[in-house]
Write a protein that binds this ligand. Structure first.
Ligand SMILES: *[C@@H]1O[C@H](CO)[C@@H](O)[C@H](O)[C@H]1NC(C)=O
Ligand SMILES: *[C@@H]1O[C@H](CO)[C@@H](O)[C@H](O)[C@H]1NC(C)=O
Length: 223
């Protein structure tokens, strides 16, 4: 009897701890912008920025498991892109889900030039970052317009523009390895800078290989 009841007590304790952990994961951290019925439209359609919104319910297990990815994404994404969430079970937020026809959870939408789209890609952190930098980001492109780039990015570009293509390729590989390894240890700011550098290098590489193609056409040989 005593053994049974102590087992029971431990069982209840485990359940209580699990419930506490669930609570912690069921709402996103402060890094994720919470939308409600008074700021939803102004954020997604009228802020002049692109971004993504996660629609979730606290009871949804898939949503809870995804929450840490969403928080990391919010921390690591350039602030000009909003990464927000709507809790469809919260009174001040449920109207948004109804008027946006959200019926399954999690639902991910993106907002590009004031238009809403469904996101149907992979939910991995890397895939989301790639999607943002290829589709939503107003990218720093030093080849087209240096005004889109920070001072730091401009200096970095100047330095790498004069390097050989092979070196640039190597550096992209090095940064991508670092980003994989840095998962947990690097600060969000550092991870963002690593990503920005690798994006810049890819633009430089395109520029260099495009240049090489033009020269090869001029001289009549194929690369
Ligand atoms: C919506 O969120 C904003 C900012 O987070 C807050 O100031 C406002 O009171 C909220 N409105 C409602 C209706 O909850
Ligand atoms: C969004 O708007 C910008 C600026 O008006 C334009 O350059 C860009 O092509 C648009 N993107 C899409 C996907 O419509």
């Amino acid at each position: 009897m005593t053994i049974l009841s102590s087992r029971y007590a431990i069982g209840m304790l485990v359940l209580a701890l699990a419930a506490a952990a669930d609570d912690a994961l069921s709402t996103p951290a402060d890094s994720v912008f919470r939308l409600n019925s008074s700021n939803y439209e102004s954020t997604v359609f009228h802020s002049g920025n692109n971004g993504m919104v996660l629609f979730y319910q606290a009871w949804c297990g898939h949503c809870r498991r995804f929450m840490s990815v969403w928080e990391r994404l919010a921390q690591e994404t350039n602030p000009t892109i909003f990464i927000a969430s709507v809790d469809c079970g919260a009174i001040a937020e449920a109207d948004i889900c109804r008027s946006s026809d959200v019926t399954t959870y999690p639902t991910l939408r993106y907002y590009l030039n004031r238009t809403e789209y469904d996101y149907r890609g992979s939910l991995s952190l890397d895939a989301l970052h790639d999607f943002i930098s290829s589709t939503l980001a107003v990218r720093c492109n030093p080849m087209l317009d240096v005004a889109t780039c920070s001072e730091k990015a401009r200096k970095y570009t100047t330095k790498w523009l004069s390097m050989e293509t092979a070196k640039v390729r190597q550096e992209i590989e090095r940064l991508e390895l670092l980003m994989d390894r840095a998962e947990s240890s690097a600060t969000a700011e550092l991870r963002r800078w690593m990503r920005e550098r690798s994006d810049i290098l890819k633009i430089i590489l395109q520029h260099q290989t495009g240049q090489a193609k033009k020269e090869s056409v001029q001289y009549g040989y194929e690369l």
